[in-house]
Write a protein that binds this ligand. Structure first.
Ligand code: 5AD
Ligand code: SF4
Length: 474
């Protein structure tokens, strides 16, 4: 799942007030919490669950950390740089203690899980350490920390999915929302720390997912993104005799049937797990977005083997062919790692050529960062010099720029259906929205009676870097 590396900001309209999903009136809370999220969409989604648990326990949200009684930071461990960013931020946030010495600081998420009590004992950076499966115990941990005890819970669970918790949408435009459908990961990609920080994969009860999506739609949301480290391995069976199992394709269909006005997205798909059944379901429903995030990681079969990705270059290319034959207008995006252990120039060229072959519309590109405890850290030397990694990454970024531009040029002259997400950043006279393929489109409001959350048919006349420019038609 791609990194977002931004922090949550409270919706402007909610400034100074705290909202609960369980009542319709703003409520007053005795204490205030502030939360920042880093890393993947799953972390942002988890923070919304944490917000809900805290609301139930008397804490209202604030966007000003200096007035908070509880400061939380939901962290990412995927690359070393992500952890460094969090460390710097924690040092800065500790400044809040000067204003309010009673304020507690807690670290949540993957770094909490990876470093456990180290952050509390050795580095003395925080008062609480809470792993991704332990958020229900937050109220007890807050009490312990308030009493000056070490408040740590990093137990991983085989069952926890927070299925019954109604997330509080923290940074919402009221149109798009994340809905988590699986947690954890059973794949053992050799470079990746996630199986260690998020534990075994488990799927969430189908009915609770459908209820959450229906509720979002009823509240005016028009797009849900179903989240999981590997959504295609979603599988639900409630264990009761005669109960039917639900696959990811069936779940997608059930969400799509809530309303043709509700767009459905999902992320992330491991190439080995996305099935023809899923592809046919995407093709069948207009409101399932024609966009698949299909990380390749490398274009070299030898490197893919070292990465333990379980497919070859040719196998991945055949999957791309299959997607394009079943869903001709599907856009595909990728995650790519430059400079993995032992990567040669030839391997790197294989990555550039598979990018061209796949015609990615977007990619999230990184250079390899060795993570302690992973299979790769134990087995292979991190032997590509930093300047080589960076040069290869630059070449990958340039290739992606070229591919994205070519893809945008192909849209010029086409009429596309756009879900309006709000005003464009540059002008209140223009709308900004996205196509099914996830492309950003900006177009003049031009006196049409449209609102955020409406669909517009837009003819594309031009494009800049990552944006299509158009005008409303019809
Ligand atoms: N170094 C660099 N990139 C990594 N990713 C995961 N682990 C690492 C690592 N150790 C990337 C992968 C994954 C994305 C979420 O982050 O490309 O798909
Ligand atoms: Fe990490 Fe691989 Fe699981 Fe993705 S599929 S979270 S890269 S182990």
């Amino acid at each position: 799942m791609p990194d977002l590396i931004t922090h949550t900001k409270q919706d402007e309209s909610r400034q100074g007030e705290a909202y609960s999903p369980f009542v319709h009136e703003p409520v007053t809370y005795g204490k205030k919490f502030y939360i920042e999220s880093y890393g993947c969409a799953m972390n942002f989604s988890d923070s919304e669950i944490v917000a809900s648990i805290l609301n139930e326990n008397g804490f209202g949200a604030t966007k000003n950390f200096e007035e908070a009684d509880l400061i939380l930071i939901n962290t990412c461990s995927i690359r070393e740089k992500a952890e460094q960013t969090v460390r710097h931020r924690l040092q800065y946030l500790r400044g809040a203690k000067e204003v309010n010495p009673g304020a507690l600081i807690g670290v949540l998420g993957c770094m909490a899980e990876r470093l456990k009590s180290k952050l509390l004992e050795e580095e003395k950076l925080v008062d609480m350490v809470v792993g991704p499966d332990a958020y229900r115990t937050l109220p007890g941990l807050i009490e312990e920390a308030t009493d000056g005890q070490k408040a740590v819970n990093v137990l991983l669970s085989r069952e926890e999915t927070y299925a019954d918790i109604a997330p509080i949408r923290l940074n919402s435009n009221g149109i798009n929302a994340f809905v988590s459908i699986t947690r954890g990961c059973n794949n053992m990609c050799s470079f990746c720390v996630v199986p260690f920080t998020r534990g075994r994969e488990r799927s969430r009860d189908t009915d609770s997912i459908i209820r959450e999506c229906q509720d979002l739609f009823d509240k005016g949301y028009r797009e849900v993104t179903l989240l999981g480290q590997n959504v295609d391995s979603y599988y639900w069976n409630n264990g009761q005799q005669g109960a039917e199992s639900v696959t990811f394709a069936q779940l997608l269909e059930r969400v799509a049937l809530i309303s043709p006005l509700l767009r459905v997205r999902f992320s992330t798909s491991h190439p080995k797990d996305i099935t023809d059944e899923v592809l046919h379901t995407i093709a069948k429903y207009e409101n399932i977005c024609k966009y698949i995030h299909l990380p390749v990681q490398s274009g070299s079969t030898r490197i893919l083997q070292l990465m333990n990705r379980t497919y070859t270059r040719e196998w991945y290319m055949a999957k791309v062919d299959r997607i394009k034959s079943i869903i001709p207008d599907c856009s595909i995006s990728s995650d790519i790692i430059a400079g993995f252990c032992t990567e040669t120039e030839e391997d790197h060229q294989d990555t550039l050529s598979i990018m061209e072959y796949s015609g990615y519309d977007y990619s999230y590109m990184f250079f390899y960062s060795e993570r302690p405890g992973t299979l790769a850290a134990r087995r292979y030397a991190d032997d590509i010099p930093e300047n080589v990694k960076k040069r290869r990454l630059d070449e990958i970024i340039n290739m992606q720029r070229k591919l994205s531009h070519e893809s945008n040029l192909k849209d010029i002259g086409n009429t596309v259906k756009v879900l309006i997400e709000g005003n464009s950043k540059k002008s209140d006279d223009d709308w900004m929205g996205r196509t099914s393929q996830y492309k950003v489109v900006v177009f003049p409001k031009a006196g049409h009676a449209l609102n955020k959350g409406d669909y517009a048919m837009v003819t594309v006349d031009d494009c800049t870097g990552g944006t299509l420019l158009g005008r409303i038609v019809g």
